[in-house]
Design a protein around this ligand. Structure first.
Ligand code: F6R
Length: 624
């Protein structure tokens, strides 16, 4: 969470820093700030709220500088106010610091510094770093040393950028189990938490490894380990094209991304399933260059697959729900017992995996701290690891043995939509692949499944063409205070995802349930004010789900269904029906979620919410 940036060169620093920050706003938008060196002094400008607030200040005060660092914040320690906005500095303004992550031992360090008479002006953990660097700098007047000494005192995972008027031609940056990329141009250097922010300026990228310090100048860089040893590593040339960030005529990125789902699915299928009659093509031999950075397919051999007796999926949020559908798919097709864990729940426990386990981490960003921690633990325990991510340049992509990259392009809106569909597609492909390798899928069945998968994008387009009906439905229920979503089997995760989308976009309380669980407690919340959304598709759990819906109707709940076109049973039971093309439950999650995404979007729009950047959220959750 939070984004840090830097620029150093002969050009004007402020426009570059602002443009880098714009690319990183997805990491948090509680405040934004810059520190530059102007006329030999540190100048700090910052404002609570979105980057646009800082831009207003910059227009009026226009600092002139060729070096600076910047920050966009997702608040962890201290409210999202001006005083807590980064950069933070020490009293003597020896340094300015911007920071991602959490300094876990900041209280202890703060007490120590308070005893030395240091004064604090914010509630952040970051300020401790500014004072600490300044403290060590005063002792030996060597900034690199001071940074190293300060870092040796910090606990937690973090990235830092440090600017000092004593070194007007340097930026010092630290990476400790985080993500930080240096960009090298001609007599100018860039720094950002995500390579995509520096990519418009240069394709020479150096990704910092864990526990490294970089001293940046306009002509290059020096890299050091935390122990002070110089590390020799050259930048790589990023071959990928730039991500284009554009609303494409839509009112919001979210609506654009919902509408891109058929294309995303087609692209993912075209990449891994180019021909419906050939075996699924996920082999490492087919590794290619996606967006210019390394990506690999599945390296597991037939023999290794036979030896896998368990699959462990780890993820958070929407990615977790795709993993839950993944469990149903893999168990149905490949008959491998599969468990799904909330990645943050693995902390403090031992992940019981071994060389006979395949651990799959799903993460759109590939930077989610809890998911990364879980997959690292699995790797250490000897498990085979597979990442499913939309970012082939991410931390996750680098540390997993095997990789499936979803073909979504950049997802700008904070709420995930198209990447969820692509994650689901990855699980269908993986399930088919594992089942084929285990000899569990006849060629006819396999061909039929692949054929069906290719039909889904057209069916998704049909749902999208009925957006106006869904908008009308959303308007009817937009005053609800509490909404219940339920589904069974393949659509239990869809219910969870539908509830999550509504909550995060509209701030209306919503819960998703396995339909059979409602009667075990949650049904107590139902009355005539509570809309209940039931996901009903043909399959083995259809009748039971319908019974659960009737139980809700008996409690006077407002009845909404996501149902297939041919289903006539629903007409007399539900007040509102969002129709989808007739599909079997097995592939239905690729369709049923779309009306729920649109329902949440239109409700949020009707309520005037900030659809693309809902309050309190960030797209990349890099704190634990
Ligand atoms: C919800 C949403 C989040 C993410 C979660 C994991 O719309 O986007 O729940 O799914 O924060 O993020 P990644 O997939 O980047 O690991």
């Amino acid at each position: 969470m939070c984004g840090i940036v830097g620029y150093l060169g002969s050009g004007s620093a402020v426009p570059v820093l602002v443009s880098e920050l714009r690319s990183l706003e997805y990491r948090g938008y509680d405040s934004a700030g810059l520190a530059v060196i102007e006329d030999g002094n540190l100048r700090i400008l910052k404002a609570a709220g979105k980057l646009s607030n800082l831009e207003h200040i910059l227009k009026e005060q226009a600092p002139i500088a060729t070096v600076g660092i910047g920050h966009t914040r997702w608040a962890t320690h201290g409210e999202p106010t001006d005083r807590n906005a980064h950069p933070h500095t020490d009293e003597a303004k020896v340094v300015a610091v911007v920071h991602n992550g959490i300094i876990e031992n900041y209280r202890e360090l703060k007490d120590e510094l308070l005893k030395k008479d240091y004064k604090f002006g914010s509630d952040t953990d970051t300020e401790v770093v500014a004072h600490l660097v300044s403290y060590y700098y005063k002792q030996n007047k060597d900034m690199l040393n001071a940074v190293r000494q300060a870092v040796s005192r910090l606990q937690g995972i973090y990235a830092l950028a440090i600017l000092s008027p004593a070194y007007p031609d340097r930026i010092f940056a630290v990476n400790h189990h985080y993500s930080l990329t240096v960009g090298l141009g001609e007599n100018e250097s860039f720094l950002a938490s995500d390579g995509l922010a520096v990519r418009p300026y240069t394709n020479q990228l150096l990704r910092l490894e864990q526990s490294e310090i970089v001293e940046l100048s306009s002509s290059g860089y020096k890299l050091y380990s935390f122990e002070g040893k110089e590390v020799k590593r050259s930048p790589i040339t990023s071959e990928g094209s730039l991500y284009i960030i554009d609303k494409g005529g839509y009112k919001h990125f979210l609506l654009k991304e919902i509408n891109e789902q058929p294309t995303v699915l087609r692209q993912t299928l075209a990449k891994y399933l180019p021909d419906t009659h050939k075996p699924v093509n996920l082999k490492k031999e087919n590794k290619g260059l996606v967006n210019g950075l390394h990506t690999a397919g599945i390296t597991l051999t037939k023999e290794q697959i036979k030896n896998i007796d368990r699959i462990q999926i780890v993820a958070c949020g929407t990615a977790l729900y795709s993993g839950m559908v993944g469990k149903y798919i893999i168990e149905a097709l490949a008959q491998i017992p599969t468990e799904v864990e909330i990645a943050s729940e693995i902390r403090g426990r031992k992940l019981l995996v071994n060389e006979r386990t395949l651990t799959i981490a799903v993460s759109q960003s590939g930077e989610t701290a809890d998911t990364l921690a879980a997959i690292k633990e699995a790797k250490e325990a000897g498990s085979h690891t597979l990442g499913i991510t939309n970012r082939p340049d991410s931390h996750l992509a680098h540390i997993t043995t095997d990789l499936i990259t979803t073909e979504c392009g950049i997802e700008v809106s904070v709420a995930s939509t198209k990447t969820y569909i692509a994650q689901l597609a990855s699980f269908y492909l993986l399930g088919i692949y594992l089942a084929e390798e285990k000899g569990l899928l006849s060629p006819q069945k396999s061909a039929e499944l692949k054929h069906q998968l290719h039909l889904i994008p057209t069916w998704q387009e049909k749902i999208l063409s009925s957006s106006e009906d869904i908008r009308q439905a959303a308007l009817k229920y937009s005053s609800a205070k509490d909404v219940v979503f339920m589904g069974r089997g393949f659509n239990y995760p869809t219910a969870l995802e539908g509830a999550l989308k509504l909550k995060e976009l509209t701030y209306i309380h919503a819960s998703g349930y396995a339909a059979g669980e409602l009667k075990h407690g949650p049904i107590a919340v139902l009355d005539e004010n509570v809309p209940v959304v039931t996901i009903l598709v043909p399959g083995v759990v259809y009748e039971k789900t319908l019974s659960n819906a009737l139980e809700s109707k008996a409690r006077q709940a407002k009845m909404i269904a996501v149902a297939v076109e041919d289903d006539k049973n629903v007409d007399s039971i539900f007040d509102t029906i969002m129709r989808i093309p007739t599909v079997d439950e097995f592939l239905s999650p690729l369709l049923t979620v779309i009306p729920l995404q649109l329902f949440a979007y239109f409700t949020a729009e009707a309520l005037g919410k900030d659809v693309d950047q809902p309050r309190n959220l960030a797209k990349s959750v890099t704190v634990e």
